[in-house]
Ligand binder design. Structure first.
Ligand code: 5GP
Length: 111
């Protein structure tokens, strides 16, 4: 069965797309946890980050997340939830981009 994000990539479920190339899509999160909250999603499906064994794929995912983040924000936080205990709800690997907090101060991590 297609993942939620595969259905978004296929435009079966609407979303706000902020970036797309052959391998990746970046969309606005439907329930933002920060003033700017984007999701960077590889089109090649893996269930969770630690299932990606290829260093090039991992690097490309981070490069894409950084490129998208820098196109929208000066400073930002990247988050990857890995597994249910790590807060992952959608089992199609993705990177959260969070930012835009007033005064530049994010909550948590001593921020
Ligand atoms: P996870 O908890 O798996 O790391 O993150 C999944 C994210 O997907 C959550 O932040 C959630 O708000 C977002 N999300 C869930 N359903 C949808 C949807 O239909 N559209 C969009 N744009 N985001 C979604």
């Amino acid at each position: 069965m297609a993942t939620l994000f595969e259905r978004i990539i296929a435009r079966e479920i609407p979303s706000t797309v902020v970036y797309e190339d052959d391998g990746y899509i970046a969309i606005k999160d439907i329930a933002p946890k920060a003033p700017v909250h984007l999701l960077v999603i590889p089109k090649r499906v893996s269930t969770r980050l630690d299932k990606i064994e290829d260093a090039q794929q991992l690097g490309e995912l981070m490069q894409t997340a950084i490129r998208v983040a820098k196109s929208q924000l000066q400073d930002y936080r990247l988050v990857i939830n890995v597994g249910q205990g790590g807060g992952q709800e959608v089992f199609h690997t993705h990177v959260h981009i969070l930012g835009g907090w007033e005064g530049g101060n994010p909550v948590g991590f001593g921020g």
